[in-house]
Design a protein around this ligand. Structure first.
Ligand code: NAD
Length: 410
């Protein structure tokens, strides 16, 4: 039986791990405790998860519980510190994406893992969505031949009818570069990992541009600290009412850390981009044109992959009328334009069914893994480093080498 503790009593820790672990895999493991800097949130987390000892000192938790594995689920910026601390204490680590928010964090984790011989697993749930798994099978099976280029556009909606997922990042801690690395790290780490994994190539050079077009105080007057007390609730296109869960989990615990969950999307200290584009050169020859936009009418993505034997095209609509369609089509054209349409049914469940399939791999080991769904620290680093390099490229207006960020020259 394996024993676990949590670093970070977050929403993700509760709904992805603690609750389902107790409900679905109750004989395989034991949860020994949960740590958070916010004692109120740690307490609510523990209660909602069915009870566990809570700690506000990480070293104290490790000392008292001696777990086999630490599940790191804090705000992104602290992932690397807790991952390194856990490895050094002799624990394996399951760390939420992004593994770190910058190159220094990635280097520290890779070095600590090597020094301790312990194992880091990065939870890229997107790999486990059935149509992404099928995409990997098709490309790995040679349907497009050697991959020459990737065109990848990701859309995060501002539309309140769809809970304005794109706008929501600008209400939360995610809107501060120091906390999240911006959307090029926080969000795009999923996307970069998906492409790195699907085409089996490693990134080498990155250049990027970024803008803040809709959110932040330069685009509209700052309306006040939070939606719940805002005088502009009626006319603001981004007014958001906290759910009962959010009130209990965050707002009622605010006295401990001052974190405001329904911050104004026009706050003056928002310093991330809502519109980004990056080009990536891969070491094995492919190039990628990528864009991410958090201001769009619907949410989803569009992908094209060109190779020596043909072209693959697919779209995934996550909101809007087309999201009602039960199937995803992965269309492959050979060089004579003959079409093969691979049809994959959507799965119900969080993140397209990916969360449940990922949990089975994490907690019902050993599982067969012929396609390499399990992501190690190097995969975690490669996806973070594309985003970190893109941030650097935007700031310094230059092309950035991933090998240099890894401290390898090049
Ligand atoms: N894979 C996915 O699809 C997915 C989805 C959602 C979130 N996530 C990831 O899960 C993690 C948690 O996200 P969330 O939205 O659930 O967060 P959240 O806002 O619910 O919780 C973040 C927690 O981090 C704690 N924290 C802040 N600073 C800390 C510090 N210095 N030390 C320890 N704890 C600290 C906060 O008190 C809070 O409890 C993030 O890394 C996020 O990227 C992944």
């Amino acid at each position: 039986m394996k024993t676990y503790v949590f670093a970070g009593a977050s929403n993700r820790a509760l709904h992805m791990y603690a609750k389902p672990m107790r409900q679905d895999f109750s004989r395989e493991w034991r949860i020994l405790g949960g740590f958070d800097i916010n004692p109120g949130q740690a307490q609510v987390f523990a209660e909602l998860a069915g009870g566990m000892p809570v700690f506000t000192d990480f070293a104290d938790m490790l000392d008292k519980t001696s777990p086999d594995c630490v599940i790191v689920t804090t705000v992104d910026a602290y992932h690397s510190d807790y991952t390194v601390g856990s490895l050094q204490a002799g624990c394996d680590v399951i760390v939420e994406k992004p593994m770190a928010t910058d190159a220094a964090g990635c280097r520290a984790i890779l070095a600590a893992e090597q020094a301790t011989g312990k194992k880091v697993t990065v939870t890229f749930n997107y790999r486990f969505v059935p149509f992404v798994t099928r995409l990997k099978e098709i490309v790995a099976g040679g349907a497009v031949g050697q991959v020459y280029s990737v065109h990848f556009e990701w859309l995060l909606t501002r539309n309140m009818a769809y809970a304005a997922h794109g706008a929501s990042y600008f209400r939360r801690w995610n809107a501060r570069m120091q906390k999240s690395g911006g959307l090029l790290v926080h969000k795009a780490t999923h996307h970069f990992d998906m492409i790195n994994w699907v085409i089996s190539q490693q990134p080498s050079l990155v250049s990027a541009c970024g803008q803040l077009n809709v959110y932040g105080s330069q685009n509209a007057p700052y309306r006040g600290t939070r939606c719940s007390t805002c005088a502009h609730q009626r006319e603001c296109p981004f007014y958001y009412a906290l759910t009962d869960f959010e009130k209990a989990f965050y707002a009622e615990q605010e006295t401990y850390d001052g974190y405001i969950k329904d911050n104004c999307v026009f706050a003056p200290d928002i310093d991330i981009y809502d519109t980004m584009a990056a080009t990536v050169q891969y070491g094995q020859g492919a190039v990628m044109a990528y864009s991410l936009n958090a201001t769009t009418p619907y949410e989803g993505w569009h992908l094209a992959i060109n190779g020596s034997q043909g072209r693959l095209e697919m779209s995934n609509f996550e909101t809007g009328p087309q999201s009602e369609e039960p199937d995803i089509h992965i269309r492959v054209l050979d060089l004579d334009n003959r079409l093969t349409d691979h049809v994959v049914s959507r799965l119900a469940g969080e993140h397209g069914g990916g969360d449940e399939r990922l949990r089975r791999m994490l907690f019902l080991e050993p599982q067969p893994d012929p396609l390499g769904h399990g992501a190690n620290s190097l995969a975690g680093a490669h996806s973070v480093l594309i985003g970190a390099a893109a941030n650097l490229s935007i700031r310094e207006k230059r092309m950035v080498s991933i090998a240099r960020l890894l401290g390898q020259g090049g």
